[in-house]
Design a protein around this ligand. Structure first.
Ligand code: ZN
Length: 81
């Protein structure tokens, strides 16, 4: 961002444990991955797409110290483009 910019920024998410504000990751609990297959005439199989269902909650973690930052998850989602 250029110096002197007055663009309004949303408050950045900062890890309260280590101060990291650049790297984060999400972990989804209870994910069911389903892969569909067709059996071909010759007995071989072809994949016909993947489906995933998330039954548990999705949590946000710090990419540096791996602290649980789920308290920021809603804001993280709102700022995800
Ligand atoms: Zn951290």
């Amino acid at each position: 961002m250029p110096k002197g910019s007055v663009a309004v920024q949303a408050p950045r998410i900062v890890c309260p444990n280590c101060g990291n504000d650049s790297e984060f990751y999400e972990v989804a609990d209870g994910v069911v991955l389903t892969t569909r297959y067709f059996q071909n005439e010759d007995g071989s199989f072809s994949a016909d797409g993947d489906e995933s269902e998330i039954h548990g909650e999705i949590r946000l973690f710090c990419g540096e110290c791996h602290a649980d930052l789920s308290q920021f998850h809603q804001r993280f989602r709102e700022m995800l483009f």
